[in-house]
Design a protein around this ligand. Structure first.
Ligand SMILES: [Zn+2]
Ligand SMILES: [Zn+2]
Length: 384
């Protein structure tokens, strides 16, 4: 029996009722509040590696725009919405941000305190991704009835936030195995040769090679029962959307990414290629989960699109273990795991035969249960 359920039409937010504007007001209010915190306590809330390169004036303007639009959306919600709570909450949080200094807040002088959290990265990425993907999902949705605020969105937001706040910690852990195993190899002349290769060729090579490594890791996570228990967390997403793509167990993140990072380190691509790769991989990883049927034309055969990756999340046994690639579908084609029927989408997504725990902490500890073999709740898709 399927437990993925039909989209709940009752929970869908309708335009014109004032709820959407209310929630946008709260969202912008929280971004503004977090932004002010970053200015006031940079030693705690900003990432040392980014601090020097921030265009402070541009960030102040962004902060001002967030504050103004938060009020504007609160006003819209106040007029349209039956309940005044979202508008009031948005106004109160923005009001506190203004009292704390608003867009003209001074940057406090500070000494390093030995720890920090990357709230700056969380706020910036959340703002940019929300500006790109919320309108896309709102105006070109795949599942019309899938509300932005489905029952799992809070859990997914926690995954998104934790993944960003501790980004440096994860980055160091991902790079450590490569440095540990290959740090002593003297490959400078090879790296010089690679870095003198044209940018586009380097980037293309970086994407293909890392995707081959990612493919291998991803398929192994599906095939090995012990590893599947960690990756099952990602497949427990029922409402696949841009935010839900962040739902990955920390063990899955560390193992898959450190393995995919090995070729980047060994081959020694230029720093520009590395940064471009990081931007592409983040956008594609988020975009592949987006709840949108925006047409990609023939590109859908060349790059991984939402339709392609949603089939990876299908809960239909006939399509288990398909579409492992994250950049190029032809990798799946070569290894016999390609599935992209014309304009069709999976009927439903998730782990249909599974009672998967809800909530970040429960999902964090779930794979570590003492006797996973006896717990038949989460099985490898290929065993089902
Ligand atoms: Zn998978
Ligand atoms: Zn996915």
């Amino acid at each position: 029996m399927k437990t993925t359920g039909k989209p709940d039409s009752r929970s869908r937010l309708k335009i014109g009722e004032g709820y959407i504007s209310g929630y946008i007001s709260i969202f912008l209010a929280l971004i503004s509040f977090g932004g002010v915190l970053c200015f006031l306590f940079p030693e705690i809330f900003t990432t040392p590696a980014y601090r020097q390169s921030y265009p402070v004036e541009a960030l102040r303007k962004t902060l001002l725009i967030c504050i103004l639009f938060s009020f504007l959306f609160a006003l819209t919600s106040l007029i349209l919405c039956k309940t005044k709570k979202p508008a009031l909450l948005g106004t109160i949080i923005t009001g506190i941000s203004i009292l704390m200094g608003g867009a003209t807040v001074e940057i406090k002088q500070f000494n390093e305190i030995g720890f920090y959290i990357s709230l700056d990265w969380l706020l910036l990425d959340l703002l940019v991704l929300a500006l790109i993907f919320i309108p896309i999902e709102l105006f070109f949705p795949k599942k019309l009835s899938q509300s932005k605020f489905h029952e799992e969105w809070k859990t997914d937001l926690i995954y998104f936030a934790i993944g960003h706040i501790f980004v440096q910690l994860t980055a160091v852990s991902i790079q450590s195995p490569a440095t540990y195993f290959f740090g002593n190899l003297n490959m400078q002349s090879f790296h010089d040769f690679v870095q003198n290769t044209p940018f586009v060729i380097q980037l293309f090579a970086a994407l293909i090679i890392t995707d081959l490594f990612q493919y291998t890791a991803h398929r192994t996570f599906h095939k090995m029962p012990f590893l599947w228990r960690f990756h099952a967390v990602h497949h427990s997403i029922k409402a696949v959307d841009w935010m839900a793509g962040s739902r990955l167990h920390i063990v899955d993140i560390l193992l898959t990414r450190s393995f995919s990072y090995l070729p980047m380190y060994l081959i020694g691509f230029s720093i520009e290629v590395f940064y471009m790769y990081v931007i592409i991989v983040s956008l594609q990883a988020v975009g592949a989960h987006a709840n949108t049927r925006i047409p990609f034309g023939f590109l859908k055969y060349i790059i991984v699109t939402p339709q392609y990756h949603h089939w990876h999340h299908s809960d239909d046994p006939a399509t288990y273990d398909k579409n492992f690639a994250i950049h190029f579908p032809f990798i799946d084609l070569v290894f016999g795991t390609y599935h992209l029927p014309d304009n069709q989408w999976p009927k439903s997504t998730g782990l249909s035969e599974t009672k998967f725990p809800k909530g970040y902490l429960k999902q964090l500890f779930f794979p570590f249960k003492k006797d996973p073999a006896e717990d038949q709740e989460v099985k490898n898709p290929s065993d089902r």
